[in-house]
Design a protein around this ligand. Structure first.
Ligand SMILES: Nc1ncnc2c1ncn2[C@@H]1O[C@H](COP(=O)(O)OP(=O)(O)OP(=O)(O)O)[C@@H](O)[C@H]1O
Ligand SMILES: [Mg+2]
Length: 274
C-alpha cells in the first residue's frame, strides 16, 4: 500500500490543551479515506493540520515523503487542496471569482492565466452545478449553493490529494449523492486521493475504501468499512446503541441507531428500548 500522507508522532492542540499526542497515521494513496468521530473529537483540527493550516506542536506531516511544514504554502497547494468546515468568503465575492481562486497556486510570474485555467474553472462549476450562479455573490447564496461553490473551488485546484471537511453538510439528498459520486469518479478515473470528514456512517461506508475512527486523541480503528463498522465500534466511538446490517443495494454496512421513533416494529421495541 502506498502512502499519500503520513503523520509521524504528531502532537496537535490549542493553547491550553493538546488534542492529539504522538499520533501516527497513514493515508493510502489513490483511495477514499473518511474520518468519523463524535463532535469535538478533533477531526477538523487533524485535517487542518494535515493541510498545513495548523502547525503541530511536535511531529510532522509528510506529503509524498516531504514535511508539509517545510514546504511553501503554494507548493503544498499544488498537490493538496482543502475544503474547510466553515469557510468564509469576502463580502460580495462572486462565485466565479471564488472558484478562480482555486487556480492561484498554479499561477506565477512565468505562468499567467491560461486557457487551461479557464477550462478547469468551468469544468469545476459544471460538475458542481453552479455555472448559472457564477455572477452571484457567494454571501447571498443558500447554504447548499455556497457549499457547492466552495467544493468547486477545491476541485478547480486540481490536486492529487483532496481534503474535504463535511462536504455534504447543507446539501439536499440529490446534491449529497452527486458530490459523493463526483468525488468517487475523481478517485476512480483520475486516481485522486480523497480524504473527507463525514458524519453519515452509511454514506461513509458506501463510498470509503478506508474509514478512520477517531476517539480520545487516537485512531480508535482504521480499515475497510466492512471490517470495522460494527455495533461495538459505534458504541465505543459514539456512545450509541445501534443495529448494523448490510445495505440492501451496496452490501456495505448500514447502521440504524436506536432511539425513539413514530412506529417501531413491536418485537424490536423491547430490545431497542424505543
Ligand atoms: N481555534 C480553536 N481554539 C481553541 N480550541 C479549539 C479551536 N478549534 C477547535 N477547538 C476545540 O478543539 C476540539 C476539537 O475541535 P474540532 O473542530 O477539531 O472537532 P471536530 O471533531 O471537527 O468536531 P465537529 O464534528 O463538531 O466538526 C473541540 O473541543 C474544540 O472546541
Ligand atoms: Mg469538524
Amino acid at each position: 500500500m502506498h502512502t499519500a500522507v503520513k503523520a509521524e508522532s504528531l502532537s496537535i492542540g490549542y493553547t491550553d490543551h493538546l488534542l492529539f499526542e504522538n499520533l501516527n497515521l497513514h493515508i493510502p494513496r489513490g483511495e477514499i479515506s473518511v474520518f468519523v468521530g463524535s463532535n469535538g473529537c478533533g477531526k477538523s483540527t487533524l485535517l487542518r493540520s494535515i493541510a498545513r493550516l495548523l502547525k503541530p506542536t511536535t511531529g510532522s506531516v509528510l506529503l509524498e515523503g516531504k514535511d508539509v511544514h517545510r514546504m511553501s504554502s503554494k507548493e503544498v497547494a499544488k498537490k493538496m487542496g482543502i475544503l474547510p468546515q466553515s469557510p468564509v468568503s469576502p463580502e460580495g465575492l462572486t462565485v466565479y471569482d471564488l472558484v478562480k481562486q482555486g487556480r492561484y497556486p498554479h499561477q506565477s510570474w512565468l505562468k499567467r492565466w491560461t486557457e487551461e485555467d479557464t477550462e478547469k474553472v468551468e469544468a469545476a462549476m459544471e460538475a458542481t452545478r453552479i455555472s448559472d450562479l457564477r455572477d452571484r455573490a457567494v454571501d447571498t447564496l443558500s447554504g447548499g449553493q455556497r457549499q457547492r461553490a466552495w467544493i468547486a473551488m477545491t476541485l478547480a485546484q486540481d490536486t492529487d490529494v483532496i481534503l474535504l471537511d463535511e462536504p455534504t453538510t447543507y446539501l439536499d439528498m440529490t446534491h449529497q449523492i452527486e458530490i459523493l459520486d463526483l468525488l468517487f469518479e475523481l478517485n476512480e478515473k483520475k486516481d485522486r486521493t480523497i480524504v473527507m470528514v463525514l458524519h453519515d456512517l452509511n454514506l461513509a461506508s458506501r463510498y470509503a475504501h478506508n474509514i478512520i475512527a477517531i476517539k480520545n486523541g487516537e485512531v480508535h480503528a482504521q480499515g475497510k468499512p466492512e471490517d470495522i463498522i460494527t455495533c461495538d465500534l459505534v458504541r465505543s466511538v459514539f456512545g450509541m446503541e445501534c443495529q448494523v446490517s448490510k445495505d440492501p443495494m451496496f452490501g456495505t454496512p448500514h447502521c440504524i441507531p436506536y432511539g425513539r421513533g413514530r412506529c417501531v416494529v413491536p418485537e424490536l421495541r423491547v430490545s431497542t428500548g424505543a
